[in-house]
Design a protein around this ligand. Sequence first.
Ligand SMILES: [Zn+2]
Length: 311
Amino acid sequence: MNALAVDLGGSHATCAWVEDQAVIGAVTIPTEGSKGLASILPLLAEALRTLLGKHGTSPSGCAGLAFSFCGLVDHGRGKVVSTNAKYDDAPSLDLRSWCEDSLGVSFQIENDARMALLGESYAGVARGFEDVVMVTLGTGIGAAAMIQGGLLRGKHAQAGCLGGHLPVLFNGRRCTCGAIGCAEAEASAWSLPEVCRNTRGFASSALATENSISFKRLFHHADAGDAVAVAVRERCLAVWGALTVSLIHAYDPEVIVFGGGVMKRASTILPFLQEYVNRYAWTPWGKVQLRAAQLGNDAALLGAIPLLRSA
Ligand SMILES: [Zn+2]
């Protein structure tokens, strides 16, 4: 099967032609500073038309466009339901008509973590499993769940997607979603600088000399023995541990796939989390396997094939 795919993230959009388990001809368009999704659609259409012209003449044609979006998506209605400070005009747009009018192919849309889960279970590290949870540790924390081979979507299209907004601290930080103590308010790239600044001893920590505090710099200073960096690293690992146990108790997976930029330090994160869930998750049938994502940025693009196949 061949398809067009778009993966729209916070700072860029990737347009690609996908043939079975291979991403071919990907084009990345920066979107930082754009005035919403409507202003980007002409650029996406142009890039997609070029890909379609180049590859779409094969006998098997094009099965459609699969659009991966960083927000809550109602797949059945083909609509973005809700955003969180990114492309806030998206719920008002008729993307299906835009796709059919500008490209002449059918349209499917899904949340980006669900797309990454589909990709990893189709062509990546979760191949062969029917009960899978995907977690992306990045600017925020994305999540998705597959139960007995089917993506979990729910009545309001948000089931499984709000893993980053499962509270881990009842008296924690206020999250961008409005809740208190969400996992991503306590341990994600957007909340990390604030978490560091509020840690005792910050002023004399090497972290205080950083212009912007990223997980890369946090792990760097923790490796060097900086006490505040070590304390924050351990706190973040514990937050992700508690979140992982919650996800296991909620969705009963066999395997959990961890992706996202923070997983560049998988060698630190995964052994900690595996030991944590072996100890604290209630799984009398055995142990849940925790694995690092294999497909990176291609996961959400490759998810196009199973998404369109199931349509
Ligand atoms: Zn939240």
